[in-house]
Ligand binder design. Structure first.
Ligand code: ISL
Ligand code: CA
Length: 551
């Protein structure tokens, strides 16, 4: 397997709107990020992924871009960006941006021109149909075709109606995309995370969707269209090739069987992608507001099967949450009694899996889900059509509130908790989304001051991962796959074996079924007490270095 910097790197995702506000308008901004680069360098991550920073009317918080080569007004200026990038590079941090080119904003000049008529230079930049061609539904609910009075035709939008899908069949659209990518590369940007990239090639016969199960529709109708691989190869040729950049695909709709077609080393498409199998776990039809829970055995199976599918032929990105999902400690850990222990355990998992890990902002201090008291406290556009539907049908709004509290995207979007001053030190004004009330206890200032904090555990784990390359390139060997409460595995190279023992439960668990580690040295663990080699305490995590001759 080839060795590259992007396999060895750890990514930290910033959702700029919620990271740090520098001017008191309640909205995080680029200057705010620059102010905190020291903090991120101290943590020890390598690459910052910035969720979209481009000009946008913010129908979907920047995932609706109206100009790909200028900065969103609320976030600052191009000079602010140049300063951020230069300061990051001085601190040894790379910066990747979010490429949102499955769709643009309807306020983009391309769409403004496109909707004028069927015979101008931009007419075919989007998908227009005189009659509604099928039953497709948008990701956020409701019809995916919207009638436009000006053009007197329907346009396709897989997300909100302010996010019309770009027509990648049109070579001019593709050239525009490659041009904007080169614009950012020429500034020194180190790569892109690619939003819903498996959706860019449409099935042009526009077949009806099954609509029984939205996940089924994503996987088989929207994603992996006939030309997606051709487009990605062309993108590599036209934009990425001359630059040493990192490309991370949002692998929505990509199955493990299909994954190597995107990330195989011989493919010249993407460096890596993150899949949705564990992110959608327990969410009926991929709907985060319809959760039925899940088991550890399912999580382990997903990780194992993806490792088997990728092997040494390609690469994965590994995450446990991001700006679209519930907080990882609330979803995969225990955010009450064992918040600290389980957040550290999840850090151990994330940073010892095979693949490039991505830490979402706030996870390094164990930020949790929020439970706002009313539906009006929530902002996410993805909830709107469900709220309308439930109201219209007279359904129980308290129940919907509970579902949003458990699974909604705003769980990840509450402002980063910097200290215990009002609004958690995120802003001196009124934050665009309320701060999680637990900020008095959970905040960066506390985490920095406490040597036993989740933050300092992440720091240790990150430097540890850097020193021990087996965690990057070593094989993945799992034990006791059907055990409901523990996750035991090894990362192994010829000369070194590491044994990772994780207890995903609130009770003590016996250690068995793993190679003899009686002589092994404990490298890192999340409990201070003297280790007992026979048992793991609740949510205990340990990593041992096995002497090679004991195996
Ligand atoms: O949030 C979802 C549905 O409510 C997800 O299915 C989400 O739409 C999917 O993960 C794609 O996400 C990406 O593209 C969206 C944007 O809203 C998300 O924030 C982004 O990560 C449209 O650009
Ligand atoms: Ca601001």
């Amino acid at each position: 397997m080839t060795k590259t910097w992007w396999k060895e790197a750890v990514i930290y995702q910033i959702y700029p709107r919620s990271f740090k506000d520098s001017n008191g308008d309640g909205i995080g901004d680029l200057k705010g990020i620059t102010q905190k680069l020291d903090y991120l360098a101290l943590l020890g991550v390598d690459v910052l992924w910035l969720s979209p920073i481009f000009k946008s009317p913010n129908d979907d918080n920047g995932y609706d871009v109206s100009d790909y080569c200028s900065i969103m007004e609320e976030f600052g200026t191009m000079a602010d960006f140049d300063e951020l990038l230069a300061t990051a590079h001085e601190n040894g941090l790379k910066v990747i941006l979010d490429l949102v080119v499955n769709h643009s904003s309807d306020e983009h000049e391309w769409f403004q021109a496109s909707r004028q008529s069927g015979d101008n230079a931009y007419s075919d930049y989007y998908f227009w149909e005189k009659e509604k061609p099928n039953n497709w539904q948008s990701f956020f609910g409701g019809d995916a075709w919207e009638y436009d009075e000006q053009r007197e035709a329907y346009f396709l939008h897989l997300f909100t109606k302010k996010q019309p899908d770009l027509n990648w069949e049109n070579p001019k659209v593709r050239e525009e995309v490659y041009r904007l990518m080169r614009f950012w590369y020429d500034k020194g940007v180190d790569g892109f995370r690619m939003d819903v990239i498996p959706l860019i090639s449409k099935r042009l016969g526009f077949p009806d969707a099954p609509n029984d199960d939205f996940k089924n529709t994503i996987d088989n109708i929207y994603a992996n269209g006939p030309r997606v691989h051709e487009f990605l190869k062309e993108m590599n040729e036209q934009a990425n090739r001359p630059y040493d950049v990192m490309t991370v695909g949002e692998g929505i709709g990509v199955s493990k069987e299909q994954s190597l077609d995107y990330v195989g080393e011989d493919r010249s498409e993407l460096n890596m992608l993150y899949h949705f199998d564990h992110l959608f776990l327990g969410y009926e039809g991929g709907d985060r507001l319809k959760s039925s829970g899940f088991t550890l055995v399912e999580v382990k199976q997903i990780f194992r099967e993806w490792q088997e599918a990728i092997g040494d032929s390609g690469w994965l990105n590994v995450c446990l949450d991001n700006h679209d999902f519930a907080r990882m400690v609330s979803r995969f850990g225990n955010d009450q009694k064992f918040r600290k222990e389980s957040a550290k355990l999840l850090a151990t998992l994330l940073l010892t899996q095979k693949g490039t890990p991505c830490i979402y902002q706030g996870s390094e201090i164990g930020m949790t889900n929020v439970a706002f008291p009313t539906i009006e406290d929530y902002d996410d556009v993805a909830n709107l059509s469900t709220i309308d539907e439930w109201r219209a049908e007279g359904k129980d709004m308290e129940e919907l509130l509970r579902r949003i509290q458990a699974g909604g995207r705003d769980n990840a979007r509450t402002p980063v908790q910097w200290d215990n001053t009002p609004h958690a030190g995120f802003t001196t004004g009124q934050p665009w989304l309320k701060v999680n009330p637990n900020y008095a206890e959970i905040n960066v200032a506390n985490a920095l001051a406490d040597t036993d904090s989740i933050f300092h555990y992440y720091r240790k784990m990150l430097s540890f991962r850097k020193e021990h390359k087996t965690f990057i390139y070593g094989a993945y060997i799992e034990y006791l796959p059907n055990h409901p409460a523990v996750y035991f595995y090894e990362r192994a190279a010829e000369d070194k074996h590491y044994l990772i023992l994780l207890n995903f439960s609130d009770s003590t668990q016996t250690i068995f079924g793993v190679p003899d580690f009686s002589k092994a040295a404990l490298l890192i663990g999340n409990y201070k007490i003297i280790e007992n080699k026979k048992r793991l305490a609740p949510w205990e995590a340990r990593v041992y270095l096995l002497e090679v001759d004991t195996i």
